[in-house]
Design a protein around this ligand. Structure first.
Ligand code: PHE
Length: 491
């Protein structure tokens, strides 16, 4: 079977921006900016994008493109044992896919609720009680929320039919799903900045508190945000790179991806802050009283702000949740495609629809855990452990493999041989020293926080069962899957 490639660089760039731009931009970034000195955080994020984001993204895309393989076999081509690192990245993705689609399911529900602002005045009750039927804690599983379950089915049907024909179907989808958010966000910006009170909100977002730049926490937050937001260390960008032709330019697309992702963050920030500024104004409260991060921002606070819009509230709601869905879906299917690419490298006799189908079925079943009444707690726990440890360790290993074992010039020379914009020697230093150093500090601080207080005050047994255990199982699963899928002749 002939290998399929992205039809052109722009489609690759759109698919990568689609993966990168997601909930991290829409609900994580605005809150981080609010917490860390507004414009000061924006500046720190820009620096972190340049110092960490660009080098690592170039590394991943370059590695995938050079080896023409997904994460497992691309790292395995550097040195055979390193394929386990690739599989581990993919099995962290595997965990994330299961719950990410549940968040998409919430979005599906809210998209349908948008047309008549069905959440009503009690937006918190609507989200936590009506939709999630939330229990009192992670040990109270209770039952399944039917609405979330149905939303999950819809989400999976959407993701399956996007990835089922691999590059071909993905290309057709991202033309729309990765461009429309820019257009819709622009419309929402016009709505947001013309609201009374918007200026005060925007001032919070843009005006830098310079002293915040001296706070190490700001830099760590910016660093992990770049990591998460650019979808690094999940094997995604390696897989997407492997679908590029071997002689195609790497550095220019990487710059477009980083810039596009940053622009989505800033646009989201303007929409969120402008609208919340208006809400604070209408309620006569301070912005600090209404702002929140994470699910509450999109599903509780923002709907409340939408209720208060003087006109076109329904239209703004549909546009907002439409953007939410487009952004989240592109990220969701990129995770699935990362896994599918490595399986397809191995299971050459299997049709790609089959590979995607089985991934969807297994992940769907796993995801049911997160549709239970305790779902949001469990989701929070798994997410915390995978993002704080899994990703950081994989990023660290990637940098060490390319920077120390393989020697960075090997990859840099290849990247430069196909790119018009050359990577200077600074890239070697970034990969060898800067990235590993920052990631080690991040890892150390995360472990320290963990030992000081149980995450979010959850019962320790829940943290062990849903946070620590899956992380420990990943290396074992990686090993088993590698053994099972390696062709006998190659063993
Ligand atoms: N980059 C995505 C975001 O910002 C999150 C994500 C990371 C999604 C990794 C998939 C894989 O929302």
């Amino acid at each position: 079977m002939n290998k399929q490639y992205w039809p052109n660089q722009w489609i690759f760039i759109l698919a990568a921006i689609g993966s990168a731009a997601g909930l991290g931009n829409l609900w994580r970034f605005p809150y981080l900016a609010f917490e860390h000195g507004g414009g000061a955080f924006l500046l720190a994020l820009l620096v972190a994008n340049i110092v960490i984001g660009i080098p690592l993204l170039a590394l991943e895309v370059g590695l995938g493109q050079k080896m023409q393989k997904g994460a497992a076999d691309a790292l395995g081509a550097v040195k055979s044992g390193f394929r386990y690192v690739g599989w581990m990245a993919l099995f962290f993705s595997f965990l994330v896919i299961a719950y990410y689609l549940v968040v998409v399911s919430w979005g599906v529900n809210y998209f349908f609720s948008s047309f008549n602002l069905a959440w009503g005045a009690d937006t918190s009750g609507y989200f936590f009680e009506n939709l999630l039927q939330i229990s009192s804690g992670p040990t109270e599983i209770g039952g399944i929320s039917l609405a979330v379950f149905v939303g999950l089915v819809i989400a999976w049907v959407g993701v399956y039919f996007t990835v089922w024909k691999g590059v071909k179907s993905i290309s057709a989808v991202v033309k729309w799903s990765a461009t429309l958010p820019f257009v819709i966000l622009a419309i929402l910006i016009v709505r947001a900045v013309t609201l009374p009170g918007a200026a005060a909100g925007l001032a919070q977002f843009f005006i830098p508190v310079w002293s915040a730049l001296l706070d190490p926490q700001l830099w760590l937050a910016a660093l992990s945000q770049v990591f998460f937001s650019l979808s690094l260390a999940f094997g995604i960008m390696i897989a997407y790179g492997s679908l590029k032709e071997r002689h195609s330019n790497i550095t220019t697309p990487v710059l477009w991806i980083v810039a596009g992702n940053f622009i989505v963050s800033v646009m989201s920030g303007v929409v969120i802050f402008g609208t919340l500024g208006h809400m604070a104004h209408a309620q006569g409260t301070a912005l600090s009283e209404v702002i929140a991060g994470g699910p509450s921002l999109a599903f509780v606070v923002f709907p409340e702000a939408l209720n208060l819009l003087p006109a076109f509230a329904g239209v703004a709601a549909v546009l907002f949740f439409g953007t939410f869905l487009a952004l989240a879906l592109d990220s969701a299917f990129s995770l699935v495609e990362a896994l599918a690419t490595s399986f397809k490298d191995r299971l050459k006799h299997m049709r790609e629809e089959r590979v995607a189908f089985w991934i969807a079925v297994v992940e769907f079943i796993l995801g049911i855990v997160f549709t239970t009444f305790a779902g949001i707690y469990l989701l929070d726990i798994v997410d915390h452990f995978v993002v704080s440890y899994g990703l950081v360790v994989i990023g660290l290993l990637e940098a060490v493999i390319v920077g120390w074992v393989w020697k960075p010039d090997t990859l840099r020379n290849y990247i430069n041989s196909v790119s018009s914009l050359k990577l200077g020697r600074w890239w070697n230093y970034a990969v060898r020293y800067v990235v590993p150093l920052f990631l080690l500090i991040l890892l150390g601080l995360n472990i320290r926080n963990e030992l000081q207080t149980p995450y979010e005050g959850y019962p320790v047994q829940s943290l062990l069962l849903f946070g620590v255990l899956p992380i420990l199982l990943v290396p074992l699963v990686a090993f088993a899957v590698d053994k099972l899928s390696t062709p006998q002749s190659a063993q």
